[in-house]
Write a protein that binds this ligand. Structure first.
Ligand code: NDP
Length: 330
């Protein structure tokens, strides 16, 4: 049986990956950073025989032992907070160092297959391309550009670090999955930052929305790509955008409102100048302002062709998220 180590198993995306792996009869070792999260994963998969290990991206302990007997490393763990920290290194350091710890341990344990959850944010702010052009897998975000946030830099530098390690490790076949903002159903109430965006669209916390077309994807498609990549030869050594159709924030709000009529969804678009002014005093907006006046869309044609994906429409993904938010928060 093929044994897969999934790091960050307590995450929103990782739980869907676990479900997909177990459904396909993979043997699963799940890493969590604290034993406190074990019960919540066991509750989702009561019949499954999941082995647990404790790993922290910022600590050396346990990485080597965790790789023993592993055939595939699926590295999803990375900090993805709702608000950006004051010091960008608070995100960059764990993301990059954690990826290096994972890859180096995999290399010395002879793990031959590695799938990493990167992001479209590691692609879409390439200073070498005109800013209103869409991006694809050939683009790399310019991590030190002033309009790149700490989270975007963390994902870009972590993915680069991974490709650098495997450049000197011919026995490792690496694939990165680079999702847009991930919507879709949550498996429990720990649904993380991307569904917090949907939650904010429902509670009236966002009276107006920015004029941004986001790149988005359903978590079920993201999980499927991670798991299908294991056996797909053509994915080795490649990065893949995971993205569906793009909706504006206003369209997302409208779709949510139709499915959850009492949601307090926004009806107006905030002018860019207003957001720029508000960002001077509101830390939460600091992650949004650098996206104004920029095309953030990423082409999904490589994934459609190689994986045979027909991506779940963003509208359906957003509605599923809204229903989960309602289910888990009341
Ligand atoms: P979650 O916050 O739900 O999951 C993140 C996971 O990483 C959690 O298991 C978390 O553990 C773990 N983690 C964070 N910091 C550390 C650390 N220092 N040591 C060990 N584990 C740590 O986010 P998602 O499921 O949404 O994200 C999963 C991956 O997908 C991330 O790499 C993210 O960058 C990427 N991604 C997410 C997108 C999205 O829209 N959701 C879009 C594109 C990429 P704990 O539960 O203990 O905090």
């Amino acid at each position: 049986m093929t044994k897969v180590l999934v790091t960050g198993a307590s995450g929103f995306i990782a739980k869907h990956i676990l479900r997909e792996l177990l459904a396909k009869d993979y043997e699963v070792r799940a890493s969590i950073r604290s034993d406190r999260r074990k019960a919540e994963i066991e509750a989702l998969f009561p019949e499954a025989d999941i082995e647990f290990v404790t790993l922290d991206l910022s600590k050396d302990d346990g990485w080597q032992e965790a790789m023993t007997g592993v055939d595939v490393l699926m590295h999803t763990a990375s900090p993805f907070p709702m608000a950006l920290p004051k010091d960008p290194q608070d995100l960059i350091r764990p993301a990059v160092d954690g990826t290096l710890r994972a890859l180096k341990a995999a290399k010395s344990a002879g793990v031959g297959r590695v799938i990493i959850t990167s992001s479209c944010v590691a692609i879409y702010k390439d200073a070498a391309k005109p800013k209103m052009d869409p991006s694809d897998e050939r683009n790399w975000t310019t991590a030190d550009a002033p309009y790149v946030t700490a989270y975007e830099a963390s994902k870009t530098l972590a993915e680069k670090a991974a490709w650098d390690v495997v450049a000197d490790a011919p026995d490792i076949a690496l694939t990165t999955i680079n999702p847009g903002l991930v919507f879709g159903p949550a498996m429990d109430k720990h649904y993380g930052t991307s569904l917090n965006v949907i939650e904010q669209l429902m509670t009236g916390e966002m009276p107006m929305v920015p004029a941004i077309n986001m790149v988005t994807v359903d978590v079920r498609d993201v999980a499927r790509m991670h798991v299908d990549a294991i056996a797909l030869e053509e994915t080795k050594g490649e990065r893949f955008v995971a993205a569906s159709d793009a909706l504006s924030f206003l369209e997302l709000g409208q779709a949510i409102k139709e499915a959850v009529p009492d949601a307090k969804t926004p009806t107006r678009v905030a002018p860019d100048w207003l957001l720029r002014a508000m960002a001077l005093v509101m830390q939460d907006l600091a992650a949004i302002v650098p996206n104004l006046g920029r095309n953030l869309l990423c082409s999904n044609s490589k994934a459609e062709k190689t994986f045979g994906m027909t991506f779940i429409p963003t509208r359906d993904a957003a509605v599923a998220s809204a229903q989960s938010v309602r289910e888990f928060t009341g």
